[in-house]
Design a binder for this molecule. Structure first.
Ligand SMILES: [Zn+2]
Length: 310
């Protein structure tokens, strides 16, 4: 049985909205409890640096480590690398001002920390090898951010309009037609290795421009992170992520995953956002197989995907 896979938190906790209440018990860094928490995280981060040496050559997106914000008791504890870029240091703590999943694994810019993109986690991410791998998945998102993912996102009408209307949750709540017949039929066909290029050309023709843009955006952000995460898993001898693309297989997979991670969910009757992790992973793998130069060149990869150039 697969467990603790990389998209657990975004795929389960964020989508199923299992949110922790921020209890804000922290009293600042002088608090003895906080000091021992910080010391413990520094030890875990040192181990992460050691693991990083084993996998950093896999892809350009893994060359550098990034900031890590560990959420505890309603506060972010921010750690970043020293000047030599070799060792993590504690930088600051700051109250969490939004609802976050209980076991968060996410990447977003920290407004209170120079707007730098950080891997936002809870300390349980350090407890298992798979958990540590998910932190590298988040660093891939940090790389996407450094490479200009925001500017790329703003080229999409759907995203730009959503943000202009202050819908900052566009990535999570765009009303994609997951129940449309053609989307379900064609996606299920992919399970039998149906041509991924032909699939995208058909989707581009069948979907509205905004829905297609949304689909490609999700496939590019999460698909690329999943593709790289799978390469890390292969290197470290951990099973890779392969989400079934039949509706029944998909539902069973996510329901099992939720059960294993202790999250209660309603039965799943349609595809949802998590399906793009897998479709994107397969699309990107096919594109890179065709042209190895695309690996790490994520902007060109995006253009190929949005233009269906395969
Ligand atoms: Zn991700």
């Amino acid at each position: 049985m697969k467990k603790n896979i990389g998209f657990v938190v975004l795929g389960v906790a964020l989508l199923f909205n299992s949110c922790a209440s921020a209890s804000k018990k922290s009293n600042g860094v002088n608090n003895r409890e906080n000091m021992s928490f910080i010391e413990k995280q520094l030890v875990s981060l040192e181990q992460l640096c050691t693991l990083h040496k084993e996998i950093q050559d896999i892809d350009k997106s893994l060359e550098k480590l990034g900031p890590v914000a560990v959420v505890e008791n309603g506060f972010y504890f921010v750690f970043d690398l020293d000047q030599a870029g070799e060792k993590y240091e504690f930088r600051m703590e700051y109250p969490v001002e939004m609802e976050l999943p209980q076991s968060v694994r996410a990447t977003f810019p920290l407004g209170f920390y120079g707007n730098k993109s950080a891997a936002v986690i809870t300390e349980d991410a350090f407890e298992t090898l798979e958990g540590r791998i998910t932190i590298f998945h988040e660093f891939v998102h940090c790389f996407q951010s450094e490479e200009g993912s925001w500017e790329l996102k703003m080229t999409l009408d759907s995203a730009r309009e959503a943000y202009e209307n202050q819908n900052y949750q566009w990535e999570l709540n765009h009303p994609f037609p997951y129940t449309s017949e053609i989307f379900i039929i064609k996606t299920e066909e992919l399970d039998n290795d149906y041509n991924i290029g032909a699939y995208h050309k058909e989707m581009k023709a069948a979907l509205s421009e905004k829905d297609f843009e949304y689909m490609i955006w999700q496939e590019w952000t999460e698909g690329y992170a999943t593709y790289i995460e799978n390469l890390i898993r292969e290197r470290l001898g951990v099973h890779t992520i392969n989400i079934p693309l039949t509706l029944q297989g998909y539902a069973t997979y996510l329901e099992n995953l939720a059960r294993e991670t202790g999250v209660t969910i309603d039965p799943i009757h349609s595809f949802d956002r998590s399906v793009f992790y897998e479709i994107g992973n397969r699309y990107i793998a096919a594109l890179i197989q065709n042209d190895a130069m695309l690996k790490g060149d994520i902007k060109t990869l995006f253009q190929k995907m949005i233009n269906c150039e395969i």
